[in-house]
Design a binder for this molecule. Structure first.
Ligand code: NAD
Ligand code: ZN
Length: 384
C-alpha cells in the first residue's frame, strides 16, 4: 500500500551520491543534501542507473565545457518520493524514467507532431541548476553541487522537472527498463522514427555501442535485409550478430575512406545510415555512404563542441538527406511508456544490452568498462 505522502516530503534528505569533483577523476561517494522539489519539480528515489557515453564525455570534459563539482547520470529508473507545487501528472509511488530532454506539453515543439525538442526542457548540457530558480537542489555542507542534463541520477535521491519524467507501467522491472531512459530508445527511435527504412532495404550503422546496436535492432524490426555494422573496435563484431548485424566493416582495415568501401559493397550506397559514434569523421562517412536519389543519413552521436561537418554540397544536391535526432524523436512523456510496453510484450529484448552489473559503491568500475570499450550497458544498483 502506497502512502499518499511520504514521511520525507518537504524535508531535506541526506543521502549518498557519486560526486565528480574534477574532470576525469574517479567519482567520490559523498553524503549530499537533497532539497525538496519546488514548483513543477519531483523528487525521485533512484533504484537503478546505467552509464551512457554522454556522461563519460562530460566527465572527461575534453571537448566539452567543464562544470564541476557535478552529479552525472541520466539513464535510470526510480520511484516518485514527493512532488512540488503544481505537479498534477505524477504522484508519490509512481514508477518513472527520467529523460534528459523533456516535454512541457505547451510549447510549439510539444504541439508539433514532428518534434521532441521542447522549448522549455530540451537538453542543455551547460546548465547545472534547476530552471525554476537557477539554483541547485544538491549541496554538501552548503556548497552547491551542479546538476547534469536535468536528471543527475548518480544519487539515491534527485530532483527533476516533472516534464522530464515518463510514468511507466508499474510492473516493468526497473533494473532492465532503466536503459530505455536514454541509449536504447535513442538508437531504436533513430531508426524507426527518423531513418524509417523500408522492408528489404540496406542499413549501415556506425558505432556498435548500445546506441548503435539499438539502431540495428530497429532496422531488424523494420525488416531491413542487410545491416552493415561499422566500428573501429573489432571486439564489437561478435556481439553485434545478436542484434541482427549481417556484415562488418572496420575502417582501419581499409586504406580508402570507409564510405567508398560501403558504396562498393552496396552497388552505389546504402538506403539508410545511422551514426552512433560522436566522431565527426564517422558522421561524414555515414552521410557520404548513402545512395544518391533516396538515401537518408541520421546523426545520433554527440560531437565535441568544436567539431565541424564538411561535405561537398553536390552530395546533398544529388538527393541525399541528412537528419539528426535527440532521443530518437520520441516525446518522452507521451511515447516512452509504449516503448516500455514493447519490452513487456516481448517485441523488444533488453537483456542482451546488459553486460555488467555493479553496486553503487563500485560506480567507477562502470566508467572503466566504458573507457576500455568492454560490454554495452552496466547497471548500477543503488540499493547494494
Ligand atoms: P559507446 O562508446 O558504447 O559506442 C560508440 C562506438 O563507436 C564504440 O564501439 C566505438 O568503437 C565506435 N566508434 C568511435 N569512433 C568511431 C569511428 N570513427 N568509426 C566507427 N566507429 C567508431 O557509446 P554509446 O553509449 O553507444 O553512445 C553512442 C553515441 O550516441 C555517443 O556519442 C553518445 O553521446 C550519443 N548519444 C546521443 C543521444 C541523442 O539523443 N542524440 C542519446 C544518447 C547517446
Ligand atoms: Zn515543450
Amino acid at each position: 500500500v502506497e502512502l499518499a505522502m511520504s514521511s520525507t516530503a518537504g524535508l531535506v534528505i541526506p543521502c549518498k551520491a557519486a560526486v565528480a569533483w574534477e574532470a576525469g577523476k574517479p567519482l567520490v561517494i559523498e553524503t549530499v543534501e537533497v532539497a525538496p522539489p519546488k514548483a513543477m519539480e519531483v523528487r525521485v528515489k533512484i533504484k537503478y542507473t546505467s552509464l551512457c557515453h554522454t556522461d563519460l564525455y562530460f566527465w572527461e570534459a575534453k571537448g566539452q565545457n567543464p562544470l564541476f563539482p557535478r552529479i552525472f547520470g541520466h539513464e535510470a529508473a526510480g520511484i516518485v518520493e514527493s512532488v512540488g507545487e503544481g505537479v498534477t501528472n505524477l504522484e508519490v509511488g509512481d514508477h518513472v524514467l527520467p529523460v534528459f530532454t523533456g516535454e512541457c506539453g505547451d510549447c510549439s515543439h510539444c504541439k508539433s507532431e514532428e518534434s521532441n525538442m521542447c522549448d522549455l526542457l530540451r537538453i542543455n548540457t551547460d546548465r547545472g541548476v534547476m530552471l525554476n530558480d537557477g539554483k541547485a537542489r544538491f549541496s554538501i555542507k552548503g556548497t552547491p553541487i551542479n546538476h547534469f542534463v536535468g536528471t543527475s541520477t548518480f544519487s539515491e535521491y534527485t530532483v527533476i522537472h516533472s516534464g522530464c519524467l515518463a510514468k511507466i507501467n508499474s510492473l516493468a522491472p526497473l533494473d532492465k527498463v532503466c536503459i530505455l531512459s536514454c541509449g536504447i530508445s535513442t538508437g531504436l527511435g533513430a531508426t524507426l522514427n527518423v531513418a524509417k527504412p523500408r522492408r528489404g532495404s540496406s542499413v549501415a550503422v556506425f558505432g556498435l555501442g548500445a546506441v548503435g546496436l539499438a539502431a540495428a535492432e530497429g532496422a531488424r524490426i523494420a525488416g531491413a535485409s542487410r545491416i552493415i555494422g561499422v566500428d573501429l573496435n573489432p571486439n564489437r563484431f561478435e556481439e553485434a550478430k545478436k542484434f541482427g548485424v549481417t556484415e562488418f566493416v572496420n575502417p582501419k582495415d581499409h586504406d580508402r575512406p570507409v564510405q567508398e568501401v560501403i558504396a562498393e559493397m552496396t552497388n552505389g550506397g546504402v538506403d539508410r545510415s545511422i551514426e552512433c559514434t560522436g566522431n565527426a569523421k564517422a558522421m561524414i562517412s555515414a552521410f557520404e555512404c548513402i545512395h544518391d536519389g533516396w538515401g537518408v543519413a541520421v546523426l545520433v552521436g554527440v560531437p565535441s563542441k568544436d567539431a565541424v561537418f564538411m561535405t561537398k554540397p553536390i552530395n546533398v544536391l544529388n538527393e541525399r538527406t541528412l537528419k539528426g535526432t535527440f532521443f530518437g524523436n520520441y516525446k518522452p512523456r507521451t511515447d516512452l511508456p509504449s516503448v516500455v510496453d514493447m519490452y513487456m510484450n516481448k517485441e523488444l529484448e533488453l537483456e542482451k544490452f546488459i553486460t555488467h552489473r555493479v553496486p553503487f559503491s563500485d560506480i567507477n568500475k562502470a566508467f572503466d568498462y566504458m573507457v576500455k570499450g568492454e560490454g554495452l550497458r552496466c547497471i548500477i544498483s543503488m540499493e547494494d
